[in-house]
Design a protein around this ligand. Sequence first.
Ligand code: NAI
Length: 488
Amino acid sequence: MSVPIKIAVAKGDGIGPEIMDAVLTVFNSVGVPLQYEFIEMGKTYFLEGYGTGMTPKAMKVVEELGILFKGPMETPKGKGMKSINVTARKTWSTYANRRHFQSLPGVDTVFSRAGIPIDITIVRENIEGTYGGVEHMNTHDVTICRRIISRPGSEQVIRFAFEMARKEGFTKVTCAHKANIMKITDGLFLEVFQDIAKEYPDIQSNDIIIDDLAMKLVARPHEFQVVVLTNLQGDIMSDLCAGLVGGLGFAPSANIGDHIAIFEAVHGTAPDIAGKQMANPTSLLLSGLMMMRHLGFVKQAAQIENALRYTLEQGVHTADFGDRSIPFSTTHEFAQSVITNLDKEPEFSKPRIAKDGVPLFIKPLAATHQKMMESTKDKANKVIKGVDLFIESSEPGEAIAATIQPLLSSGQKLVTISNRGTLIWPTGSVFTELVDHSCVRIEQEQGEMTQNEVFELLKKVGKQYMIPSYELLRNFGIKTGYSLTQGQ
Ligand code: NAI
C-alpha cells in the first residue's frame, strides 16, 4: 500500500456537498491512499468578509498540501464580487487548465449515434491572454483590452501539454492559434510550441489555425488528442468540445501549477436542484480520477473509470441524462452502483490506459518569497525605432498629418496614420469608416530614438491632441517588435 497523500477538500456550495460525498465514498471503496483535510472555502466565507472566499487557515492548508479537490462554488451576485474559483486559479498560478472530453456510454450525442468515439484533452493557458483583464476606455467611443502572451507563460503550459501526453499515453499534441493575424502574440505562442516539440520526438506535433480547428472539431473530432491553446481561444474551444460529448455535466477539469493543482467539475452549483439528491456526480468523479492519475494512482483510477463506464453501459443514470424509460437514480444511488461494479470492465468502451510512472505532481515549496518566472535571458540588441501615438481625434488622415508633421524634429518621419488598424494616411479610401482614435506612427529615419526623444515628442503632440496611450516601436535583434498596419 502506498503512503497516503494528504489533500485539501472543499465541498463547495449548492449541489457541491452531495456530489463530493458521493465521490469520496467511491474513492474510499477502492482504498485510494488519500487523506482529506476539509477546508473553509465557499460562499459562506465570502459573505463573512473573506474576499478570496476562503479563510487564511484554508489558504495555508492548500499552500502546504499542494492539492485542492473542490466542489462548485457560488460567487455572490453584485458589483465587485470576484469569482472564488478564478481567484484561486490565479492566486496559485495554476497556469494550465486541462479539460477532458470523452464519449461515455449512455450519453446520447450525434457522434455516439454515428459510432464515432471522442477522446480530446484541451490544455488551455489559464493566467494571461485577455484574462489579465487589462482594459481601458481610451476615448468615449473606443475601448481596448491588452492581450498579454509571455514567453515563460507559453513555455509552462506547452511543456505541461507534452509532459502530460507522454505520461498518459497520448501520441499527438496540436497547437491551435491565430498566428496568421496576430503574428506577434500568437506568433510567439506558436514559436515556443515548435521549439518545445523538438524535445519530444516520440510525440507527433502539428499546428492549426483556430477557426479551422473549430470546423474540424465538429466535422472530425476523432482526429484530435491533445490541443494546447491560449486562454480565451481555449475557453471557447473547451465549451465546443463539451457540446460534442453531451454537455458540461460530463467534463472534468484540472487547474495545474508547479506547486498547487486544483481539481473541480466544470459545472456550477446548480441551485435549482441543490439538496434534492438529483445531481449527477460524474463530472466531479472524473475530475477526481484526473487528480488520482496526477498523483500517480493510475491503477485505482482505471478501476473506478471502468466501473463508471460499466455502470453507464447498464443504463444507470441520474435525472439529467440517459434513457427516460429507466427510472433515474439519486446521487447517492448512482455512486453506490459504481461501487457495486468496481470489479467490472466495460464491454464497449475501454478508457485510455495511462502509463505507470512518476506522478506529475511536484511538492509545494515553502513559500518564503514571491517567485520570479524564469526570464529567457535574451541577449538581443534592443533599439527603439519610433513610437505609435494613439490620439483622440475625429479628423481624417490628411488633417492629422498636417498638424503632426511640423512638430517633428529632424530625422523623425511620420510613417503612417491608421484607424482601428486600417491605413488612412498616406494612402487610404474615403470608404474606410473612422472612430475618434487614430494611431500616428513616427519613426527615426536613421538609427534609433531615445526614450527622452519619445517623451519630447509626446509633449509636443500632447499640446495638440489627447494621447490616451502610446507604444514604443522596438526591434529585438533581427526581430521587428511591432505589426504593420493593414494596407501598409
Ligand atoms: P450550473 O452549472 O450550476 O447550472 C446550469 C444547469 O445545469 C442547471 O439547470 C443545473 O441544474 C444543471 N446542472 C449543473 N450541474 C449539474 C449536475 N452535476 N447534475 C445535474 N444537473 C446539473 O450553472 P449556473 O446556474 O450558471 O451557475 C450557478 C452558480 O454556480 C453560480 O453562482 C456560478 O457562479 C457558479 N459556478 C461555479 C463554478 C465553479 O465552481 N467552478 C462554475 C460555474 C458556475
